[in-house]
Design a protein around this ligand. Structure first.
Ligand code: FES
Ligand code: FES
Length: 167
């Protein structure tokens, strides 16, 4: 039978140690143990993207990551994005374009948009659609989200937050 163990890792730059069963999901540890409720549970099966966070700077679905795999690693959640220049621009543009309505998908959309724009600072509409394809939204019809990401990319390039061309 599984027993609880201690797991230590960084979340948004701060050290945390939790006592947890090894198979407990990172999503639940973030939301319930650490009270970081920015990441949301949609499907719980890796299909909707609403629980996305960065694990060692790579986007993951936190509903699929057992806490045992997080030992010694770095997690960044949507709560940290307002102190990230690109995350801040994206948040402002989501608000401006009404890309956030009920907000369930928004944290995952922001994480996916950052992942996309770091790779490609001048995405076409098709590339934005592909970049966000793993994230489901039941409210916006997607166009407002795609507009927000395109506008954010342009502003981030103008402000020098992103370089002008594709990486
Ligand atoms: S809740 Fe994790 S992908 Fe849907
Ligand atoms: S804003 Fe509601 S699911 Fe996207």
């Amino acid at each position: 039978m599984s027993v609880k163990k201690h797991y230590s890792f960084l979340v948004n730059g701060e050290n945390h140690t939790v006592e947890s069963y090894p198979a407990n999901r990172l999503l639940d540890v973030l939301r319930e143990d650490l009270r970081l409720t920015g990441c949301k549970e949609g499907c719980g099966e890796g299909e909707c993207g609403s629980c996305s966070v960065f694990l060692d700077d790579v986007m993951v679905n936190s509903c699929l990551v057992p806490i045992a795999q997080v030992q010694g690693r770095q997690v960044r959640t949507v709560e940290a994005l307002s102190s990230d220049p690109l995350g801040k621009i994206l948040q402002e543009k989501f608000l401006e374009h009404n890309g956030a309505q009920c907000g369930i998908c928004t944290p995952g959309m922001l994480v996916a948009a950052i992942t996309l724009l770091r790779r490609n600072s001048q995405p076409t509409l098709g590339e934005i659609q592909d970049g966000l394809a793993g994230n489901l939204c039941r409210c916006t019809g997607y166009k407002k989200i795609f507009d927000a990401v395109a506008d954010a990319a342009q502003v981030a390039r103008e402000q020098g937050v992103l370089e002008g061309g594709k990486a």
